[in-house]
Design a protein around this ligand. Structure first.
Ligand SMILES: [Zn+2]
Length: 352
């Protein structure tokens, strides 16, 4: 989480108009490779029309994306090898590495069989508190809370606010309101308690999204032992690091590595910043990720990899394989590099 789809949706529309340019742009703009970003991979989404549906793709789509990329010359490597290739500046062939955030159970049950078929490595970024249940998948919970009632009452510093959730469009607005309120108006550390309070007030079980969709530690250990899998860190609590003090932001990164070492017997070398967009990660977080000992860190900024990323291993962009656009044409266009400057104010080299 979270890949707010608006920018990509706009891009896709632009691309539909200019898609003829992608094959022409590819030799110049496609860079040295790409890091693909997944969240959920399931053929059976529980909420196929929900506000978080963009976080899911079907396993079949993953299958055809990998096959298509291989046909066009991409070699799939582990994140360790991807970093080695960037650092060595040996770019004789295009490479790709697959990553998935948050440790959804379907990564194990539905994505791994596809990856095994293609012998394609994956890195799964784990936030220990989401697995322990000491933090929640709050964006999923908000969706459940809004779905549960026609009206909900949000206690704020300025008094109680009534949110109209009586129709699908009102539910959508209330979801947006709550998202903005929780990510901008309250402290990051208060967000989860507010959502748990709301869940209790409308009879929603705050543990259900975790139980239903995330791996247990046992399952994380199973993935960690798989020859195609690498476990990376996704901080302890999945907070927006930019909204924390420097000391707390550093602790979120460093302690997640310690906890994963305790649970899995190995210290993770790679990090994914929670949310990963411009208001969640910037130069300070990049400096802290280096200081915490990670050899790489990925954002959710949109872009292909370029040779110059050798100097920016802790600010690597990704290509979101996005549930709203399960279309091979869009993936090809994004990999052509054409959308990289479109999404980044004209920049070809995307860092933070
Ligand atoms: Zn996440």
């Amino acid at each position: 989480m979270i890949d707010r789809g608006e920018a990509l949706r706009k891009l896709a529309l632009i691309l539909a108009r200019f898609s003829g340019l992608a094959p022409l742009a590819r030799p110049f703009a496609s860079g040295i490779g790409a890091i693909l970003m997944l969240h959920r991979v399931t053929a059976h989404p529980q909420k196929p029309n929900g506000v978080n549906r963009h976080l899911n793709i079907a396993p079949h789509f993953l299958d055809i994306v990998i096959a298509d990329m291989k046909r066009s010359g991409y070699v799939f490597v582990s994140i360790d090898e991807a970093i080695d290739r960037i650092v060595a500046r040996k770019h004789t062939e295009k490479f790709a590495t697959i990553t998935a955030d948050d440790a959804y159970r379907d990564n194990l049950t539905e994505a791994l069989p596809v990856l095994e078929k293609h012998e394609t490595p994956i890195t799964i970024y784990v936030a220990p508190s989401l697995i322990n249940g000491t933090s929640d998948l709050w964006w999923e919970l908000v969706e459940d809370i809004v779905a549960a009632r026609d009206y909900i009452y949000l206690p704020t510093a300025d008094g109680r606010v009534r949110l109209d959730c009586s129709t699908p469009s009102r539910k959508c607005e209330s979801n947006g309101f709550l998202f903005d309120y929780l990510t901008q108006k309250v402290r990051e550390e208060e967000q989860r308690d507010i959502v748990r309070g709301l869940a209790a007030s409308v009879g929603v079980d705050y543990e259900q999204p975790r139980r239903d969709t995330l791996m247990t530690w046992e399952e994380v250990r199973t993935v960690a032992g798989h020859p195609l899998a690498t476990i990376g860190a996704h901080t302890v609590n999945h907070y927006n690091l930019k909204r924390l003090s420097e000391e707390k932001a550093y602790g979120e990164m460093a302690e997640s590595a310690e906890i994963l070492n305790f649970e899995l017997g190995e210290t993770p070398r790679h990090l994914a910043y929670p949310y990963g967009y411009a208001t969640a990660v910037c130069k300070r977080e990049v400096r802290l990720a280096k200081a915490a000992g990670f050899i790489s860190a990925v954002t959710t900024r949109h872009g292909v990899l370029r040779a110059e990323h050798a100097e920016h291993l802790h600010a690597l962009p990704r290509i979101s394989v996005n549930g709203r656009y399960q279309n091979l044409g869009h993936i090809r266009t994004m990999l052509s590099g054409l959308t990289t400057p479109l999404a980044n104010s004209g920049k070809m080299l995307v860092t933070v």
